[in-house]
Design a protein around this ligand. Structure first.
Ligand code: Z5A
Length: 219
């Protein structure tokens, strides 16, 4: 499945639909690694560098012009190429752990499974513009109705206004979820699927157990 790609064991990624709790889990993983004296870099996609964050703004802005699906895919990969070159590879090369809130699996799920773009084309971009895969990916799996409840609660608190992608219909997010689950099933050595419908503490405990198990296997 990883033809032409290099697995980087210290690259950890969090994946899942909106509101699955990735940011919450990322903080728990970071704290555990820091407590163990490790060098840790936390980052996110789309974004992670000033230029890539500007591409993120383009991707998420609600503007009065529909974004072409292929333009969306290429923007996501432009941001990722910059992120990998400027942040991820330098950190990995000095021996740090990198935890990224989303990475290439999101492109297969959102632009591939949900938008319907050719996964072989995505794989081609991955080979040329990214070149690496994480050693461990935690998929926070949550049904769409529950994810909606969580993000609606946050929006009502005035913390956020739905962006261009969040404004998609439920069918889109069902396809995103199915896309992630299919990738996890096909690459079970790299993925750990966590039940994200549990409370934050239980999800964090499961994520920490997955990390501890992974580190034991690496040692
Ligand atoms: N995108 C793409 O299309 N292609 C790509 O290649 C990439 C991305 C990389 C921005 O990503 C968008 O870019 C995203 C996919 C697309 N669009 N969507 N949808 P993002 O990661 O910035 O956006 P997001 O996934 O929507 O972020 P999020 O809503 O913040 O999700 P989260 O980080 O997984 O959740 P959270 O912030 O930790 O928690 C959300 C809320 O739920 C918050 O109020 C928490 O307090 C609460 N929460 C968290 N965990 C729990 C549990 N366990 N129980 C109850 N409540 C909880």
């Amino acid at each position: 499945m990883n033809h032409g790609l290099q697995t980087r064991p210290r690259l950890l990624t969090l994946e899942g639909g909106e509101g699955a709790g990735k940011s919450t889990v990322l903080a728990a993983l970071r704290d555990a690694l820091l407590a163990d004296g490790q060098d840790v870099v936390c980052t996110r996609e789309p974004g992670g560098t000033p230029l890539a964050e500007r591409i993120r703004e383009l991707l998420l802005a609600q503007v009065n012009e529909p974004m072409d699906d292929c333009a969306e895919l290429l923007l996501v990969f432009a941001a990722r190429a910059q992120h990998v070159a400027q942040v991820i590879l330098p950190a990995l090369d000095r021996g740090a752990w990198v935890i990224s809130d989303r990475f290439t699996d999101s492109s297969y799920a959102y632009q591939g499974a949900a938008r319907g773009l050719d996964p072989d084309f995505i794989a081609e971009l991955e080979r040329h513009a990214v070149g690496i895969v994480p050693g461990l990916t935690l998929l926070l799996d949550l049904d769409v109705a529950r994810a909606r409840e969580r993000t609606r609660g946050r929006d009502l608190l005035g913390e956020a206004v739905p962006d261009r992608i969040e404004s998609e219909r439920d069918g889109f997010f069902e396809r995103v979820r199915a896309g992630f689950r299919e990738r996890a099933a096909r690459d079970s050595g790299r993925f750990r699927v966590l039940d994200a419908s549990q409370g934050p503490e239980q999800v964090a405990t499961a994520a920490l157990a997955a990390l501890a198990d992974y580190r034991r296997r690496l040692a």
